[in-house]
Design a protein around this ligand. Structure first.
Ligand SMILES: CC(=O)N[C@H]1[C@@H](OP(=O)(O)OP(=O)(O)OC[C@H]2O[C@@H](n3ccc(=O)[nH]c3=O)[C@H](O)[C@@H]2O)O[C@H](CO)[C@@H](O)[C@@H]1O
Ligand SMILES: C=C(OP(=O)(O)O)C(=O)O
Length: 425
């Protein structure tokens, strides 16, 4: 099995180009099912989750044209999905179990074809992650739903617009209901909606396909259902989590890094914490430059919460930063009940972390020491890479398939900044 090998201690400097966002491209690919013409998506990152989604859509009968050569290399091309040949409404367990975002075909299949059978995703390393809000949302739009033999089985002649009040903020449930409401009869109002930039990107794509969605990016989204959605072209928004991960790498190594082709306005909470850690941040157009001027970062306190607050998907990376920072940083994880899996592995690298329930107290040490470690989930993998970049000697990270779900060419990008990192095995 492949591993990532890092020789720590090299300062990182230079420019890095940010890819399209995993968490935007996955719902957008699912949204293409709603159209009755081909939809062309560009700035598609080359990720394992994109391959899984492509398999899922192909399994439903959609025809996909994938331009491997250009994926991730520019915004000219990517994936064209022609949904006209869709002839199945079943999302099988084999795919859903490897990628929870597969549940996002529920809304589109139901709205367009009147039926969907989607395997229940089950729990994952970071938490139990139920889908009750997705189901309640579809029911509010008039779907009949049963859950048996591990599948969500949904039917509706034509969904009807309604007021949907989410009990708690959910990115996935907001996206699923948004897609379903786009083709429903009448107007839907989504209250307590998630406000993540990826929701805005999905709504932009749907509107380009002819949907009538207002208010995406706020906690109240109004969707005027339309009769049909047509083909469109859409470029995926930049990945704010990838951007943040590279900026933390710069901060931890005392370097100067420019993230190019990103969306600075989606990173306010992260940039604020980097400045508190002592980084000088400059924003110009689609670029963010972080300069640590060779200094050791200062520890920062973090509480994760829905956008625009600090993202849970950056928690593990800031934990790594706190591990080598000056002082003590307190991290509260409020989104997922089990998102401290990286702690045990960071301890193996010499970190000083105490976990009390949903809080981790991190006392910065002068130096981490390289060791073999195991990745447990996507962002945990990123945190171990970051720690390895500053650890003394060699760090060998196992189970890196988690990383390939969500980071495009991370070794190449880090090598380009001066890191001594390679894939082995
Ligand atoms: C593909 C994608 O975009 N993934 C992101 C998405 O995941 P995802 O959409 O799964 O996350 P949610 O926003 O839905 O989850 C937030 C919280 O709500 C709970 N919940 C959610 C749905 C539900 O029906 N019932 C319920 O209780 C979850 O268990 C969790 O505790 O948002 C998360 C929170 O920003 C990010 O960490 C993930 O990277
Ligand atoms: C938790 C994440 O993704 P997913 O929802 O796809 O598991 C993530 O991107 O950090």
């Amino acid at each position: 099995m492949q591993k990532i090998q890092i020789e720590g201690g090299a300062p990182l400097n230079g420019d890095v180009q940010i890819s399209g966002a995993k968490n935007a491209v996955l719902p957008i690919l699912c949204a293409t099912l709603l159209a009755d013409e081909p939809v062309e998506i560009s700035n598609v990152p080359h990720l394992h989750d994109v391959v899984t989604t492509a398999k899922l859509l192909a399994g439903l009968g959609a025809e996909l044209t994938i331009d491997q050569g250009t994926i991730g290399k520019g915004s000219e091309s990517g994936i064209v999905v022609d949904p006209r040949s869709v002839n199945s409404h079943v999302a099988p367990y084999e795919l859903v179990k490897t990628m929870r975002a597969s549940v996002l075909v529920l809304g589109p299949l139901l709205a367009k074809y009147g039926a969907a059978e989607v395997s229940l995703p089950g729990g994952c390393a970071i938490g139990s992650r139920p889908v009750d809000l997705h189901i309640k949302g579809m029911q509010a739009l008039g779907a009949e739903i049963s859950v048996d033999h591990g599948f969500i089985k949904a039917r509706a002649d034509r969904l009807k617009g309604n007021r949907v009040v989410f009990d708690m903020v959910s990115v996935g449930a907001t996206e699923n209901v948004l897609m379903a409401a786009a083709l429903a009869q009448g107007t839907s109002v989504l209250e307590n909606a998630a406000m993540e930039p990826e929701i805005v990107d999905l709504a932009d794509c749907l509107n380009a396909m002819g949907a009538q969605i207002e208010g995406a990016g706020s906690n109240r989204i109004v969707v005027h259902g339309v009769e049909r959605l047509h083909g469109a072209k859409h470029a995926v928004v930049a990945d704010r989590i990838e951007t943040g991960t590279f900026l933390v790498a710069g901060a931890m190594t005392g370097g100067r890094i420019t993230a190019r082709r990103t969306r600075p306005e989606t990173l306010d909470a992260v940039l604020e914490k980097l400045m508190q850690a002592g980084a000088q941040i400059e924003v110009e157009g689609d670029r963010i430059t972080l300069d640590m001027k060779g200094n050791r970062p200062k520890a920062v306190n973090i509480t994760t919460a829905p956008h625009p607050a600090f993202p849970t998907d950056m928690q593990a990376q800031f934990m790594a930063l706190n591990c080598i920072a000056e002082g003590v940083g307190v991290i509260n994880e409020t989104i997922f009940e089990n998102r401290f899996m990286h702690v045990q592995e960071l301890l193996r690298l010499g970190a000083d972390i105490r976990v009390e329930g949903h809080t981790a107290i991190v006392r910065g040490v002068e130096q981490l020491s390289g060791a073999p470690v195991m990745a447990t989930d996507l962002r945990a993998s990123a945190s171990l890479i970051l720690a390895g970049l500053v650890a003394d000697g060699e760090t060998l990270i196992d189970r890196i398939y988690h990383l390939d779900r969500g980071y495009e060419n991370i070794e190449e990008k880090l090598s380009g900044l001066g890191a001594r990192i390679k894939r082995v095995g």
